[in-house]
Design a protein around this ligand. Sequence first.
Ligand SMILES: [Cu+2]
Length: 281
Amino acid sequence: MTNLPTLKNRMTFLLTASAAAALGVALLAGCGGKDEDDDRPKSTAGKAAPAEGGAAPAAPAGPVAGAMGSAAVTGKIVFDGTPPPNEKIKMTSDAFCLKAHPGEVAKEEVVVAADKGLANVFVYVKSGVSGTYPPPSTPAVIDQKGCTYHPHVFGMVAGQSLDILNSDATLHNIHSLPEKNEAFNLGMPVQGMKYTKKFDKPEVMIKIKCDVHGWMSAYCGVLTHPFFAVSGADGSFTIKDLPAGTYTIEAWHEKLGTQTQQVTVGDKESKTVGFTFKAGA
Ligand SMILES: [Cu+2]
């Protein structure tokens, strides 16, 4: 087998180009030269490269893997002014839910703390991230508990698993309403049930609702990277592990819209970015 290239060269020299194409393949096949010619299934194997018409071995086709960094963007989301009143609901259509929430309950929409902190704002890097980030191996989780979703707003990486739990002894029907991803619509009649789903494409935001209980809603932001946060009850957020760079940060709220700001962070640097929402803005 070691003299195979020599044999091939000599024959190519002696024969015309067109004849070589036909005969060379036939003869080499007869010599058991499958490593050289059976190139289709293993075209990336190093040995086959010289026979491919002079092209250099191709670089990996996929985008470059993104790096985790040491920078952070933190801040506080504030609601300025008098918050619009949240719609009041009664869970009378389901005895289980009513027991969990007797009387009137305000929908979880514009949730403002005493110090004006605005909760449930999805804050994420909208642009400036380069490279690809694999989805984390740990799943994101949404639980149907007390006839509300926990969490109400959350983020995921495209391709990451989403564990959907039902902690309630009543029927929920979780229904996602994406525009770019595949929807799911799952009846979950039994307490302790779990399904696992994924969103494969980035999409900000995907609404999730319950077809049984009209007051139940959640929002999921799907990104190609892990640089996002959701503001807590006090309105604060932290996006960590960022590589140094200049980024557009967007803050999204289900009723109050979006705002963006640019920020530049260096290695091990933490910058503060604040967002202020107002009614009707
Ligand atoms: Cu439900």
